[in-house]
Write a protein that binds this ligand. Structure first.
Ligand code: FES
Length: 161
């Protein structure tokens, strides 16, 4: 499959198997050897990279998990995403006060990555996050006839499962 990643602000495309751990995509396919291999079992942290703001152990993080991580962030933004400001400062300082969807609240995700026109925007990772809330609100409109024009959905009484 074709995988396009935003690496340090630069879009990079590679051809990889979808189960390839992200570490080997970074080291072998992108030739970025600063990310190290240590234990290979997600214990030592030598391979740690940031994916959508979260530190992950790339040795045990399949390439498709990059897309699934974006889906979690997109659904969280759609259902719960809200920050409060007081005295010019955001009040939510970390994930204890900015809630993410829990595993129990997440729907089952089946990731199918298909070929796309390489001359058009695409890839997995950051490109798949922005369409999630519009797709969700369009599905709500199709099912209910009610057009929701603001987020989070929880403010409209729509909660994740
Ligand atoms: S190589 Fe040790 S945690 Fe990934």
């Amino acid at each position: 499959m074709q995988l396009t990643l935003n690496v340090n602000g630069e879009a990079r495309s590679v051809e990889v198997d979808e189960d390839t751990p992200l570490l080997w995509v970074i080291r072998d396919d992108l030739a970025l050897t600063g990310t190290k291999f240590g234990c290979g079992i997600a214990q030592c942290g030598a391979c740690t990279v940031h994916v959508d703001g979260q530190a992950v152990r790339a040795c045990s993080f399949p390439a498709t998990a990059v897309m699934e991580s974006s889906i979690v962030y997109g659904l969280t933004a759609a259902f719960l995403g809200r920050v409060s400001v007081a005295n010019g400062a955001i009040q939510e300082g970390n994930f204890d006060t900015y809630k993410m969807l829990s595993l129990a609240q997440m729907p089952s995700i089946q990731t199918v990555i298909i070929e796309s026109d390489p001359n058009k925007p695409g890839g997995i990772g950051e490109p798949d996050l922005p369409p999630i809330a519009p797709a969700l609100t369009n599905a709500i409109f199709a099912a209910t006839g009610k057009r929701l024009r603001s987020l989070p959905l929880s403010a409209h009484g729509i909660e994740p499962a």
